[in-house]
Design a protein. Structure first.
Length: 151
């Protein structure tokens, strides 16, 4: 499994490849906004994990496994983003999205996908939820968290 930083590299490489750009480590470092040495280390790790074909001074290539993984990562980000939108999460949304992407299992993501698809099929459910969120609901399952513990 890829770390979140390697995931960013892989998605960046994939997007550059879609734009028919020659994939050089210096260009990737600029695209990801990371130092060249750190980028080279990341490329070597992704080469070892068979997501890319990398050798110094040569343009790198994505493997089929790398392309599939990048497509999955892009779809996962979109799914989690839509899910958080349905829940009307606005505060710390990017942090929440990144955390969910890293820690939710594939099975949990499949359940979220079903929930998102259900809401697309029955938009009245989303509208009713939006109305509920506008009301002050008094019964809660979670007790309040201390103020100094909130993000």
């Amino acid at each position: 499994m890829l770390s979140s930083s390697l995931e960013k590299y892989l998605v960046g490489i994939y997007k550059m490849a879609l734009a028919d750009k020659e994939l050089k480590s210096t260009d990737i470092a600029k695209q990801i906004n990371q130092p060249l040495q750190k980028t080279i280390q990341a490329l070597q790790r992704m080469h070892y994990q068979k997501y890319i074909i990398y050798s110094p001074y040569q343009p790198l290539k994505m493997t089929e496994q790398g392309k599939q993984m990048a497509e999955y990562l892009i779809a996962r980000e979109s799914l989690v983003d839509e899910f958080l939108g349905l829940l009307q999460i606005k505060e710390n949304k990017e942090l929440e999205k990144e955390t969910m992407q890293q820690y939710l299992s594939y099975e949990s993501l499949e359940a979220i996908e079903k929930f998102v698809l259900f809401n697309r099929q029955y938009p009245e459910i989303s509208r009713r939820y939006q109305l509920l969120m506008k009301k002050k609901v008094t019964s809660k399952l979670l007790p309040p968290i201390p103020e100094n513990e909130r993000l």
